[in-house]
Design a protein around this ligand. Structure first.
Ligand code: NAP
Length: 253
């Protein structure tokens, strides 16, 4: 068995989009993968895809912003697949609005899933990594961390994730744990489809317009991000920590 084959990963928000592609990619890399999502039946589709390809995977239903649910989920992964030493904090939501129209509940919901969720999941999983003296944490930020009209809540959360990433890299490094962040640009998923709908724009026209602003002249796909996660999780990336990698098809957000 290769080293990767003895590793267990948890990917949050794994039912679809970037999380699903990342779960499938890490399984192809040889890891056992627990796909966590609010909607366990939807996450099971990802786990079934992995199992059908010969990998080891389970689906776990949990809200990453709920401390009890997180503890139960991590315990179940540990019992079923083994102690997790790879964590991809990917679960996310948007509740976009200009500041003067943004409700407190939309502010709180976005901060809760992204920041509290990343904090709770990491706190729950790091004990296994410390025990193993090895770990890989990858946190999903966004180019919106640099500022994006209509996303004060989301931009604050994604910028916060970058600070959290750098701090945890400093705290956990001595245990053989790396902590990095990926900041995607425009990726075609249900999340960006919902944005196009909210703006009243046809999806294909929206993708074409966004792609026209991207130096590599195309929109991103979830596999573009999964590939970057795979790099950070790899055995050979042990000297790369506390970094934010913008995966956006060009140098600017
Ligand atoms: P997506 O298609 O909307 O998928 C997000 C997944 O997270 C969904 O399956 C969702 O479950 C799940 N989720 C939401 N809240 C959760 C919670 N509290 N606990 C557990 N799971 C939860 O989004 P995506 O585009 O793949 O985005 C993935 C990550 O990349 C997010 O962090 C996002 O902010 C970030 N990102 C995306 C883009 C982009 O262009 N797509 C760009 C930059 C950053 P439900 O379906 O049940 O709601």
């Amino acid at each position: 068995m290769s080293t990767s084959a003895s590793r267990v990963a948890i990917v949050t928000g794994a039912a679809r989009g970037i999380g699903a592609a990342t779960a499938v990619r890490l399984a192809a890399d040889g890891l056992a993968v627990a796909g966590l999502d609010l909607d366990e039946p939807a996450a099971k589709e990802t786990a079934d895809t992995i199992s059908a390809a010969g990998g080891r995977s389970i689906a776990v239903g949990a809200d990453v912003a709920d401390a009890e649910a997180v503890a139960a989920a991590v315990a179940r992964v540990t019992e079923t697949l083994g102690a997790p030493t790879v964590l991809v904090n990917n679960a996310g939501i948007t509740r976009d609005n200009l500041l003067f129209k943004m409700s407190e509940s939309d502010w709180d919901a976005v901060i809760a899933v992204h920041l509290r969720g990343t904090f709770l999941m990491t706190k729950a999983v790091q004990a296994h990594m410390v025990a193993a003296r090895w770990g890989r944490i990858v946190n999903l930020s966004s180019t919106s961390a640099l500022g994006n009209r209509g996303q004060a809540n989301y931009a604050a959360a994604k910028a916060g994730i970058q600070g959290l990433t750098k701090t945890l890299a400093i705290e956990l490094g001595k245990f053989g744990i790396t902590v990095n962040s990926i900041a995607p640009g425009f990726i075609q998923t249900e999340m960006t489809k919902a944005t196009a709908e909210r703006l009243g724009q046809d999806w294909d026209a929206y993708v074409t317009a966004r792609a026209a602003q991207i130096p590599v002249a195309r929109a991103g796909v979830p596999e573009d991000i999964a590939h970057a996660v795979s790099f950070f999780v790899g055995e050979a990336a042990g000297f790369v920590s506390g970094q934010v990698l913008y995966v956006a098809g060009g140098p600017k957000a």
